[in-house]
Design a protein around this ligand. Structure first.
Ligand SMILES: Cc1ncc(COP(=O)(O)O)c(C=O)c1O
Length: 393
């Protein structure tokens, strides 16, 4: 076989979402697509804001000299400068273009940083439930993922994180607004994180994965991690914010307070290159530098979230109210989340079991479906809940 054993194993283990997608295709064939409610994929179902597309067209038409040429591996300096100005305004910290590195989305950003900081066998703490790709990104670079469960309301459990830190720990990854829970961390969590990292006798980085930062609901404002945590690196992406995940654009923002910020910036520029990204897509760098703040219509996700959250609560499901992103992560009415997913499937509803995110006993619903799909699926959620409980008795 030409595929490496380790990749064959990862393929086998990773693919809850793909497995559900395949089951969904089969179910749609059997029942007709209108009778299948697919809540599995976290792919924005909105179109990018028109100004974003306008900016891409204008940028192409402008024909700026060198705008399609090779550039520094970290991205166009003037783009990075503009982003640094915005970060400085948001955090009151002295970000410059040498703290900002344009990346191929958050996935590219995370891989670039992990490659830069990990020696074989180094550990990275991830908080369950987690975005499943983190495990692969860490092992891509010889690291070992160490899972720590979150506490009540899916917030980081600081004492548990402290207990998991060893002399091999290099970083902790956090993600707020969170996939799969939708939870937004309050400032006190970051204050506690700063306190934890400061007390360590070794250097551990906080990697803040923020592709959902712009997708927060009314009255919720995610705190700026760099304001609170000295040893922090922000990994941002416009995939979800502008509904352009196919364009692959994001950035790494290294805190200017990090003592070895310059060295990390150089290392990331290098790893970005040798991972084969070379640089982030040129056109989209120009676009995001102009339209930094443009976001897809978050109110659409919030409306869907309200509808489904309230309906699930009424039925009896336990589910934390998200502050952003486009997911709900309800508790399965029976302990076996994989069995419950099958019950939902019988009702034509496709969801991903919490086991796929390192947290059995829950399931994830993505809100990137039409409102009508949610409305029509509610009866199925009700039947599944009753069936699960009566089978459990
Ligand atoms: C938590 C989290 N991090 C990172 C990513 C990767 O995002 P990007 O498309 O910007 O690479 C995703 C994508 O779904 C995500 O959910």
């Amino acid at each position: 076989m030409s595929v490496a054993k380790v990749i064959a194993e990862q393929l086998e283990k990773s693919s809850w979402i793909r497995r559900m997608f395949e089951e969904g295709t089969k179910l749609k064939r059997e029942r007709g697509p209108e009778n299948v409610f697919d809540f599995t994929l976290g792919n924005p179902d909105l179109e990018p804001p028109p100004v974003v597309i306008g900016s891409a067209i204008a940028s192409l038409q402008e024909g700026r000299a060198g705008s399609h040429a090779y550039m520094p591996n970290s991205g166009f300096p003037e783009v990075r400068r503009k982003i640094a100005e915005r970060l400085s305004a948001a955090t009151r910290l002295p970000f410059t273009e040498n703290h900002v590195l344009m990346t191929v989305g958050a996935a590219g950003g995370l891989n670039t940083v992990l490659k830069a900081i990990l020696d074989p066998g180094d550990e990275v703490i991830i908080l369950a439930p987690y975005f499943v790709e983190y495990r692969f990104y860490i092992t891509n670079h010889g690291g070992t993922p160490v899972t720590v469960n979150t506490g009540p309301e899916f917030l980081p459990d600081i004492p548990a994180i402290r207990a998991a830190i060893t002399d091999r720990t290099r970083a902790i990854i956090i993600n707020s607004p969170n996939n799969p829970t939708g939870v937004v961390y309050p400032p006190r969590i970051l204050e506690d994180m700063e306190d934890l990292l400061r007390r360590l006798d070794r250097e551990v980085l906080l990697l803040s994965d923020e592709p959902y930062k712009a997708l927060t609901f009314t009255g919720v404002r995610p705190p700026e991690v760099a304001t609170f945590v000295t040893r922090s690196v922000q990994i941002y992406s416009w995939s979800k914010a502008m509904a352009i995940p196919g364009e692959r654009i994001g950035f790494i923002g290294i805190s200017p307070r990090l003592p070895d910020a310059a060295q990390l910036f150089d290392a990331c520029s290098f790893t970005h290159r040798i991972l084969g990204f070379v640089n982030a897509p040129a056109l989209w760098q120009w676009v995001v530098s102009e339209c930094w703040d443009q976001t897809a219509d978050v109110s659409v996700y919030e409306e869907k979230c309200d509808l489904l959250w309230e309906a699930l609560k009424r039925i009896g499901y336990k589910v934390v109210r998200p502050g952003g992103a486009f997911y709900l992560f309800p508790e399965s009415p029976i302990r076996d989340d994989v069995a419950f997913i099958q019950i939902l499937k019988d009702e034509g509803i496709l969801a991903v079991p919490g086991s796929g995110f390192g947290t059995p006993g829950f399931f994830r619903l993505s809100l990137t479906v039409p409102m009508q799909t949610i409305e029509r699926a509610i009866t199925g959620f009700q039947h599944a809940y009753r069936r699960a409980l009566s089978a459990d008795r």
